[in-house]
Design a protein around this ligand. Structure first.
Ligand code: FES
Length: 97
């Protein structure tokens, strides 16, 4: 299985290497990243991030949440819903609730 690298924009946390398709919420927490998670099911918005890299587009349910929390931000995603297929660069979103 191939891996991808998670880079954090804050520069304070080392990169994390994960298997392609891994759930970020199962591997990242306050000890190894600046990201926060709440419900982990795409409902609360706690994990709202700005992210660039390689991953599929949001499904309809995630898109609805993104329109509520971060309308017009093309980098906004819910980290708990991301299943990356390649390297990403990520940071908590300034509008995260
Ligand atoms: S942790 Fe609640 S939406 Fe991602």
């Amino acid at each position: 299985m191939s891996n991808f690298t998670v880079r954090f924009r804050d520069g304070d946390h080392p990169d994390v290497v994960l298997p392609v398709g891994a759930a970020l919420s199962e591997h990242l927490d306050a000890t190894n990243s600046p990201l926060l998670f709440g419900c982990r099911t795409g409902l609360c918005g706690t994990c709202l991030v700005q992210v660039t890299g390689t991953f599929p587009p949001p499904d309809d349910e995630e898109q609805e949440m993104l329109e509520v929390f971060a309308e017009d931000d093309p980098e906004a995603r819910l980290a708990c819903q991301l299943r990356c297929t390649g390297d990403i660069t990520i940071a908590p979103h300034p509008d995260a609730p």
